[in-house]
Ligand binder design. Structure first.
Ligand code: SF4
Ligand code: SF4
Length: 52
């Protein structure tokens, strides 16, 4: 999973739904080694900022 940092408003919704703890929102990084990728964060993001 990747993040478009121009769209991300750091709301933390994606980190809350990630079952793998793969998202750290302070600088909006996704830890790719932990990402399955299940797609839950992309569906939860209100800004459409997450993409595969
Ligand atoms: S795709 Fe799934 S595992 Fe990967 S960051 Fe998003 S919620 Fe977490
Ligand atoms: S849910 Fe979307 S807008 Fe919110 S922190 Fe995650 S990527 Fe950014």
């Amino acid at each position: 999973m990747n993040v478009n940092k121009e769209l991300c408003m750091l709301c933390q919704t994606c980190a809350a739904v990630c079952p793998s703890g793969a998202i750290e929102v302070t600088e909006m990084d996704i830890i790719l080694t932990k990402c399955t990728p299940c797609g839950l964060c992309a569906r939860a993001c209100p800004m459409g900022a997450l993409y595969e």
